[in-house]
Ligand binder design. Sequence first.
Ligand SMILES: Nc1nc2c(c(=O)[nH]1)N[C@H]1C(S)=C(S)[C@@H](COP(=O)(O)OP(=O)(O)OC[C@H]3O[C@@H](n4cnc5c(N)ncnc54)[C@H](O)[C@@H]3O)O[C@H]1N2
Ligand code: MOO
Length: 437
Amino acid sequence: MESRLRSVTEHVEHVLALVEPLPAVASDLVGADGAVLAEDLYARVSVPPFESAAMDGYAVRLADLPADGAPVTLRVTGDVAAGAGPAAREGIGPGEAVRIMTGAPLPPGADAVVPVEHTSTGRFVAGASRAESAVTLARRPRAHVRAAGEDVTEGELLARAGSVVTAATVGALVASGTVRVPVRRRPLVAVISTGAELVPAGGGLGPGQITDSNGPMLAAAARAAGADVVRPGPVPDDPDALRAALDVAVRASGVDLIVTAGGVSAGAADVVREVLAASALGAGGVTDADVATVAMSPGKPQALARWRGAPWLALPGNPVGAYASFELFVRPAIDRLRGLGGSGEVLLSQGGNAEPAVRAQRYLPGRAYLSLRTATAWSSPAGRLQALPVRVVDGAIEPAGSHHSLAALAGADGLALVPPDVEKVRAGDVVQVLMLR
Ligand SMILES: Nc1nc2c(c(=O)[nH]1)N[C@H]1C(S)=C(S)[C@@H](COP(=O)(O)OP(=O)(O)OC[C@H]3O[C@@H](n4cnc5c(N)ncnc54)[C@H](O)[C@@H]3O)O[C@H]1N2
Ligand code: MOO
């Protein structure tokens, strides 16, 4: 008889309790995109630092322009390009105008810019210097002047601790004077496949052998989630070989997280179970071993532990189960190591069996969860959260194939997450979908 199943939410809680955010390191902001900030960051200086022209045209004194919009002819006394220093900013007096380019500092005395296309000049010729000595123009509804600090104000909060440095964050922070940023170190994850039947990719297959697809698949998933990866393995169903691979991961590579796939269920050769069980007898480097039957499908057999202190998530070997386990358990662990409040929080807020299938749309670091309508009906195992590969067709979802099919997963746009208390998904129901692309 099967004992009580652990809910997915509860297992995520155990996973999150196993890992801590990595220490912060100082990094050059240029090139820090993708990293997670360890502190709130504020603008050091205002952008623009000075009052400037928002249009190519003429800097003028509003007092010189009739309020009724009648045209007036002004003397053109100078030329201010973007980047102009103080010498080019003598200022303008009554009846004067200065040719000015977008982004150039407004000359003292000027308080408006009239775009060139609304003046007698009509247009400026690129590369040509000032030809006109007078210009006729009229008051415009807008002043086209950017105030100092209009874009970014000194002291303004630009990015929060726990957020990913994006291209836009880099832009705002660089513009406002930041050079180095405190970010979390990128996690290093070991991915170890187990199974006597496994041959590394590209190797010839003998009778009963298959290619290790979980190793490369989970490594790719870990990299996409923001980690670096080492792969000591695959290892055969031999506890000493697994222990040796775990030692390579922890002692030689110093990994922050170990992920194994396979060997975790009830088979006679299930090597992960064997290593975890030996620890109960006081042998080896395992602590905090926690073998669980989780209420999900696929991906029911799971285990957590530490190997010489390093957190270890043991996933089942079935490839779709391994992948679903990655999204539901490994990604939250990597997010936490990276310092993100992350995908785990959604699952925690899912609240177990009582939650309805309909959920608000939300976006999370790395993955979007969408509530989508189903185009077809399917069944889901009682008492288990179903993670079913689905395609999105015309805004509605349909199964991409069997829940155990790697081909279905490869063609899927997302994993539909059907709550444990739903046994029949009907056409037209709304289901939460973890989007994969
Ligand atoms: N008596 C029971 N048998 C099984 C149970 C159970 O509760 N009682 N659970 C089943 C479920 S559900 C799953 S999932 C699997 C998980 O078993 P393991 O984690 O021990 O995985 P393996 O036995 O090592 O492999 C399962 C399956 O996946 C293939 N596999 C394994 N690793 C890879 C890899 N790296 N690349 C590609 N394919 C891999 C393997 O060949 C097997 O076909 O246990 C059920 N059994
Ligand atoms: O938990 Mo398993 O992945 O259903 O076959």
